[in-house]
Write a protein that binds this ligand. Sequence first.
Ligand code: MN
Length: 333
Amino acid sequence: MMANLGNMYGPNFSFLGIPQCDLDDPKSFEGADVIIVGAPIDSGTSHRSGAKFGPQAIRMGDYLPHDGQRPHLALRIDGLKELKVLDAGDLLMPPGDLEKSLEVLKMATEKISRAGAIAIILGGDHSVASADVAGIAAHRGAGKISMIHFDAHADTGDLQFGALIGHGTPMRRLIDSKAVRGDRFLQLGLRGYWPGDETLQWMAAQGMRSYEMTEIHHRGLSPVLDESFAILTDGCDGVFLSVDIDVVDPGMAPGTGTPEPGGMSSRELLEAVRRICFELPIVGVDVVEVCPAFDSADITAILANRVVLEALSAIAAKKKGLSYSPVRNLLDR
Ligand SMILES: [Mn+2]
């Protein structure tokens, strides 16, 4: 039996000190609500690499004691205590074999989904989405889960330097394989200079909806989320949330491989994650493209850590049936 690896590229510690489990030992994750797993691979990057060190940076990115608890100030719930959240450590992902690495990840998320738990995957470059979502879809049914994807880039390329697998192609692979329906695939925060016409036409033909950053700015995040939620829950019974940290402006998230200026603020991302996980039936979350070598004062890793915590807190609040309003006086009890 393979034990929990801990961090593939560093000492063994769990996300904020939560208990560990071993995906090869079903007893160790019996009854889990959420299982966190690291996907330490960056062989899919098209530009500067280093995201394979993302999982350990995300686990560590917090200035409070790593004591397995985190009561949320606004939601008034402790996601780490209210839910049974376990850390399965990093998957063994050989950097020279991206295909095999992704197969390992797909098997892991399918196993987590079949155990009735929500998978939270710490990337890794975004190629991991092609596997982690596919694993959950293998359990819940093709086309049965919808996708909300935060990113500066569409990641819908057909080929990346001639290869089918890479961090620029996972969303095309998920739609091509019918794991996720194109018309239940939403993207928020796109900007910059990629992709080109041919790819955009393909995206339109799939019925995708991609909100460019300027549209979100002018319409406001809330109306865009309202519109998205109606599409995501139409005929699908679960939602996967994929967060490429480069959706946030490089000024607030510099530690990433392909930074694109003009992104959303970290506050907007956290608010969106809170609403999504509070209001939608989340079946999985990935947080990808954190690249510690290009970070400054750990701010990107800390943001990614907070994205995970925001998701956990909101999932716990939803499960408990709490009511929440973003405009409530914090001190009204
Ligand atoms: Mn991406």
